[in-house]
Design a protein around this ligand. Structure first.
Ligand SMILES: Cc1ncc(C[n+]2csc(CCOP(=O)(O)OP(=O)(O)O)c2C)c(N)n1
Length: 193
């Protein structure tokens, strides 16, 4: 990544700031009783920096606090608000808990509520695509990494010899993850927050 790529870094900062602001909006809605539940993401904004390392065809199984990454991927504030209020018109049509964003067109997989179990699903996707060039990102918290499902997922990733992938260096970043840089990116990489 070019250290002086101002456009890239201001773009990432925009998503980070938008994520922080979304916390304020969601908390206000919860305080007013308009939303029954919301997931704060403050302190996790740097996850946006992963977006330049992904391509549009990579698959994401996000941690519910990865909002800045979801925004950088292409999730809109409107999507977040519709999900928050459980409305139709949101990518899950109001079926998901707020914070568990999903979007078929962004290859953003719907996360299960049980923490750690998204790792099992991520391994399943990684197995399905292992002969191609795409990777699967799996995000979870340190608590989730202590769940049996997470350890089963790691064991299965090893047993089925899911491959490491290398990406050529890239130098520019559009809004969504359709380009950027990176090297030695694993098809089954976990991010513990
Ligand atoms: C299997 C399971 N047990 C308990 C919960 C309730 N729960 C929701 S979030 C959470 C905390 C998870 O901590 P961590 O994975 O460290 O992520 P953090 O929320 O701290 O980012 C818990 C216990 C759950 N969703 N699933």
């Amino acid at each position: 990544m070019d250290k002086l790529d101002t456009k890239l870094f201001t773009g990432l900062y925009r998503h980070m700031l938008a994520s922080r602001k979304a916390d304020v909006v969601q908390e206000d809605a919860a305080q007013r009783g308009e939303a029954f539940f919301y997931v704060p993401s403050s302190g996790h904004e740097s996850m946006a920096a992963l977006a330049p390392h992904l391509t549009a065809t990579d698959w994401l199984h996000c941690h519910y606090r990865d909002r800045a990454l979801m925004l950088a991927r292409g999730v809109t504030q409107k999507d977040l608000l519709l999900e928050l209020l459980g409305k139709t018109g949101s990518p899950s049509e109001g079926r998901n808990m707020p914070g568990f964003a999903c979007d078929r067109k962004l290859n953003l997989l719907g996360a299960p509520t049980g923490v750690g179990s998204n790792a099992l699903q991520a391994v399943g996707v990684a197995q399905a695509i292992k002969d191609g060039n795409d990777i699967v990102y799996c995000g979870l918290g340190d608590g989730g990494s202590q769940e049996g499902e997470f350890l089963e997922a790691v064991a299965e990733a090893v047993r089925s010899q899911l491959p490491e992938r290398t990406r050529p260096q890239r130098t520019s970043l559009p809004r969504a993850p359709a380009s950027a840089c990176g090297s030695q990116i694993s098809p089954m990489r976990a991010s513990c927050s």
